[in-house]
Design a protein. Sequence first.
Length: 387
Amino acid sequence: MRRYDGLKAVAPRVGDALVVTNLANTATEWRTLRPHDGNLYFVGMGMVTPYALGLALALPHRRVLAFDGDGGILFEMSVLGTLAQSAPGNLCVVVLDNEGYVSTGKWQSVASLSAGPVDIAGVARASGLANVFEVRTVEEFEAQVTAGLAREDGPTVIVAKTSPEQAFVGTSPSDGKENKYGFVRHIEALEGKAILKPSAREHGEPPRPDPEFSPVADDDPFGEVLFDGLRENFVDFVIGLPCSGFAHTLQRCMDDQSMHYVAVANEGTGIGICAGAWLGGRTPAAVIENFGVFAATYQLLRGHYTFGIPTLLMTEYRGDAGETEFFGDCGDMTEPLLRATRINYRVVRDIQQLKPAIRDGLRWMNFGLRPFAVLPGYDLSRPRPAQ
């Protein structure tokens, strides 16, 4: 099957679904076939399915369709397990598998792992996904995408085996930020809510009241204060990967019905999910240690900066003064890395300042449309020895 022919067959079938597309000619072919404000184009490798997953979880009443690629899904296969565990019934993921990174050329050196030993559909099934289909013809592709968009018993994954042939239909007339604005304005109109909030108040208007925070004592448990700080600042979507300093907070996020918590196996996956959740109108936070930010730097730069997407990075400061474990010896790279990647941040060493730091970070993010990191110092996130 030629990819363009498959996309052409399903374009009339997607209705008002929100669509997230892969890079290169996948994006330009889809734009030509279905020009629509409900399309987000040119999402980077390893991020298409996480973005679509976050969007589907944020808007469970909307249909979401992802056009990923074999290179993209191979880049970050742990998302398949996260997809199975979170199980949104409104998401259909299509992996367009031409067995290579064909937009870079037609040499043997551009073959992907799916040209050899890796069976993507088999990996998806082994990850716990029930609705997994492999298709090879236009007719099969159209039927399965149509069924996937109508299915409600969990997500659908369709691995579409395509030829390397591409339809050259021209370049994109917009960049990621312009595309993001149109996409978000479309969702705002659908949902009747404001997502983009570039100014907190009208010029000359008095500052609006701060959120009401519950009192904090110097000896209050850090994990409880952090959880309250997220909730009282209206964070309603959290991704996490276990780290001991945040263990209590993550448990509270899992237990609280007002917080949508998504467990991930790779912080980069979580950053992508947060991006999709924000596009869908949620207020997301990634509760991860600083080494998780190191691991997610690609997703932050290739995704959040390409499109202009804010996410609160609640970051445990491993390697801060007082660190006693071996892997913290490069923690002193945390602040230089944040500065180099233009991620604004605040280090918090007084538990009384934790909630205000979250408040200020969220306000800055709404204006700056970039991530903001809050770093509790080591003495806050780690239990102090008994006196």
